[in-house]
Design a protein around this ligand. Sequence first.
Ligand SMILES: Cc1cc2nc3c(=O)[nH]c(=O)nc-3n(C[C@H](O)[C@H](O)[C@H](O)COP(=O)(O)O)c2cc1C
Length: 435
Amino acid sequence: MNLPPEKYIGEIDGEAPVLEVELDDFEIARQENVANLPPLGLITNVHDFEHVAKNILPKGAWAYYSSGADDEISLRENHYAYQRIYFRPRILVNVKNIDTSTTLLGTPTSVPFYVTATALAKLGHPDGECSIARGAGKEGVIQMISTLSSCSIEEVSEAKPEGATQWFQLYVNEDRNVTKDLINRAEKAGMKAIFLTVDAPSLGNREKDRKAKEAEAPNVKLADDASMDEGSSRALSTFIDASLNWKDVKWIKEQTKLPLIIKGVQRLDDVVKAMDNGCQGVVLSNHGGRQIDTSPPPVELLAEVVPQLKAMGRLPNPDFSIFIDGGVRRAGDVLKAVAIGGHDVRVGVGIGRPFLYANSGYGEAGVRKLIQILKDEMMLTMRSLGTPTIDDLDNSFVDTRRLIGRDATDMLYNNVYMPLQTVQFANHGHNRHDV
Ligand SMILES: Cc1cc2nc3c(=O)[nH]c(=O)nc-3n(C[C@H](O)[C@H](O)[C@H](O)COP(=O)(O)O)c2cc1C
């Protein structure tokens, strides 16, 4: 039963009436696509999953998953920034055996990337976060579970295979008892860390999402006064307490013995504050470009803060990890981030939308395929790079000299901009190239 209580008016008397709904062209095409899904064997990279999702998801779900804030500059830069980093492969290294495994927060993992927290997985697939838990767990990949998941903490935890690791992403509610209860439930369900998201005091201005108001939010616990009238993002935002500050971090630390990591850090002094407040790490993240537009691409920030923290004597520090997410679409991106951290700091890399897309199209099998694609890419890149293990990676393998810059253009601005015209001849005569 997914209806809010005020919408429930009683049992249906007899047979439920079949409603004749007229489908628009988009919906007809979408349903045809759903019936003709490409076989998983034909999916060759992460972008293929996005292409499939774009063509099978209902408008509202696609808008909620894919949208970024304002002009979506950060959304696109998050990805492009990785392409401004070049590798410096080392030759004649014995790369017969490649090992992609490592540890994150002390837990073994088959790869240095993890599934980061994304809300509302049921918008794309009826099993929601549970099929992601099954797929990730079977591939030895850690899953972070959102406070705003469409399955409960307990359901997602039950779905994971024996021995799999899950982390809990915490949004803090105005009512601290709600927060306390969430932390207790996460602990009971065996989550191994708490990631406190701090970059969403109110949710960003996601215009694609607002323009697709018809998004439905199945089985999600929304604050009572949440309305879906302005798209999924706005509806969810009412859960989050905008008064959250460093004093609350202290309070959260008192509620749990689990490692506490601050998610959504965007500047050096906040990394230092997280260290000073006894946190075990930070996630350098701009929420996948969904919060404040033109906030820095996380990999650019990583390359900036690691040497600065080293110069300040704050790194190396074996008790502090740096995580990073946003725009990762190739295993090479993951390796670049890990290399920048090198032996100064353990870097874990979060991947968000690609898991929602793979899950939307193919459920658990899609999630596993996505991970296998990234694992294959990772083996290939590590072999060509001359780094047989994750520990071999350091910043000598990356050239970040061209990293600072920007590639994304303002599409909305460009679309509405009317270019200036050159002077016209009185007879509107021919231009040379017309003759
Ligand atoms: C649809 C969607 C929902 C998200 N929900 C949450 C959330 O509930 N909590 C959170 O901390 N971050 C959330 N995020 C942000 C992700 O954790 C992560 O920062 C971002 O997706 C990384 O970018 P990527 O999608 O390019 O990999 C969400 C992102 C997306 C795309």
